[in-house]
Write a new protein. Structure first.
Length: 164
């Protein structure tokens, strides 16, 4: 027996002023996106902003449904909209943030596995990682320059579907 070890490396920033101007702008747009969330059940509001290679910014927010599996996370709302509206344009960066009604979200919010897998599809399609900026309502900010691989080290890729 042996071990397979994959490590994640994130950059950690104390506050938004430490970010580059581009990352700061994207995070502020993700905060704006939170306001369009529809989350009457969880009271947990998530916003996502994507920067495309053509300079366009796409915003998405979580959209809940009383039948929980029928809702959609902010990340997939944004990435699917980008993919359907700009199918030949790569996503180069994304920012995700959240707030809640019942408490203050003080830690960076990580995407769920379904969102990470969906985002990784676009990284594979365009052969480049998507720089990812994460923050809660307040507190530290995490940045991944390696895209989804930092959060989902054993992703499912197209190679697994190819037959010889």
């Amino acid at each position: 027996m042996d071990q397979i070890k994959k490590e994640s490396v994130l950059l950690r920033f104390s506050n938004i002023e430490e970010l580059t101007q581009s990352d700061r702008k994207l995070l502020l747009l993700a905060r704006e996106a939170v306001d369009s969330s529809y989350a009457p059940y969880s009271k947990f509001y998530v916003g996502c902003a994507l920067l495309l290679a053509n300079g366009v910014v796409i915003k998405g927010s979580n959209q809940e449904n009383i039948a929980y599996p029928s809702g959609l996370c902010a990340e997939r709302v944004a990435i699917f909209y980008a993919g359907s509206t700009y199918p030949d344009v790569a996503v180069i960066a994304m920012a995700i943030t959240a707030k809640a009604n019942l408490y203050e979200v003080k830690s960076p919010v990580m995407s769920c596995g379904a969102c990470l897998q969906s985002i990784s599809e676009y990284e594979v399609k365009f052969k480049q990682p998507i720089r990812t900026i994460l923050q809660g309502e307040t507190g530290e900010i995490y940045v991944s320059e390696k895209g989804t691989a930092a959060f989902l080290p054993f992703q499912f890729f197209i190679e697994e579907l190819k037959r010889s």
